[in-house]
Write a protein that binds this ligand. Structure first.
Ligand code: URA
Length: 297
């Protein structure tokens, strides 16, 4: 399945089909994609980070489980410009209008020209959805470059929120064991990221509007890292990246293709989330099949 990117209307921000879908779901498509209001003079907002020019083997013997400790178990830098939502009203005309104020920028535009370091700064400063209020750390992601595999999970849990690193709790230990079973190292070959960069309270499921607000960061990570393939873990990551509401069971076992903004096709392999595997160890055999598929693509 592909996730092609369409070309938006002339002056409207560029959004990919996934972003458009979420915007539609939120009832914001028309507002969001409306051409920006003409800039008029107003006090310049403080935008310190952003650029102003606007961007489980086998049914018989799987190595996955036993290598793991037994399951006991906008960017909007503090300013008004980047929160996901309808475009703000045009600023009132100043009496002596000498300079045009920069138009507020949605996350999708802010990330457009960011390099990886800039993107990380944007994520750390992001206030695009309510999750920023409860986080200790935003979790940008971590891994090696060049990136052979991009592994995409759902959202940080408690340990990840504490440490600011992805998959460092029990799920992460299982993930490391799964990866090493196919010869992949977290530090050397793999970049690990999540759809949502901030922990949802009590590890609840991410809300559609949170996914919509955060997914431009993931899309930009994909564009910058140019992974050879993407392993998506769990329903939220699979549905977000493939633009579908299909179940994991129906998506795993085959290779999907995701098309980037640059027209590059990246093979996408879907598997179960490690947290699910910890609760349902019998599924590790299937996860092992998925990993072997990813390894031979
Ligand atoms: N679960 C996830 O989906 N991501 C993490 O980083 C940790 C747990």
């Amino acid at each position: 399945m592909t996730a092609p990117h369409s070309t938006p209307a002339s002056a409207a921000p560029r959004v990919n089909p996934l972003q458009r879908l979420w915007l539609r779901e939120l009832g914001m498509e028309r507002l969001w994609l409306r051409p920006a209001p003409p800039a008029v003079a107003a006090p310049a907002p403080q935008v310190p980070v952003l650029k102003q020019d606007f961007s489980t083997p086998p049914a018989a013997a799987a190595p996955v489980p036993d290598a793991v400790p037994a399951p006991t178990d906008t960017l909007r830098p503090a300013g008004p410009g980047l929160r996901n939502g309808p475009p703000p009203k045009p600023a009132p005309k100043a009496e002596a209008a000498v300079e045009a104020a920069p138009a507020p920028m949605p996350v999708a535009m802010a990330v457009k020209h960011a390099n990886l370091d800039e993107l990380r700064e944007q994520v750390v400063a992001c206030t695009a959805c309510g999750l920023c209020g409860g986080r200790r750390h935003a979790v940008f992601g971590h891994g090696g470059q060049p990136t052979r595999w991009l592994v995409v999970g759902e959202a940080p849990g408690e340990q990840e929120d504490r440490q600011g690193q992805p998959f460092v709790g029990r799920s992460g230990q299982l993930l490391d064991a799964m990866l090493s079973a196919v010869g992949m190292s977290r530090e050397r070959d793999v970049f690990i990221a999540n759809v949502i960069k901030c922990r949802p309270p009590g590890n609840r499921n991410p809300k559609p509007e949170e996914i919509a607000a955060c997914s431009p960061y993931l899309m930009r990570q994909i564009a910058l890292l140019k992974p050879e393939r993407i392993l998506v873990l769990g329903r939220f990551a699979a549905q977000t990246l493939l633009g579908t509401d299909a179940t994991i069971g129906s998506l795993r076992g085959r290779v999907h293709q995701m098309k980037t903004d640059e027209g590059r096709e990246i093979p996408v392999i879907v598997s179960y989330h490690p947290a699910y595997l910890l609760r349902s160890p019998a599924e590790k055999a299937r996860a092992w099949q998925d990993l072997k598929l990813a390894a031979r693509v």
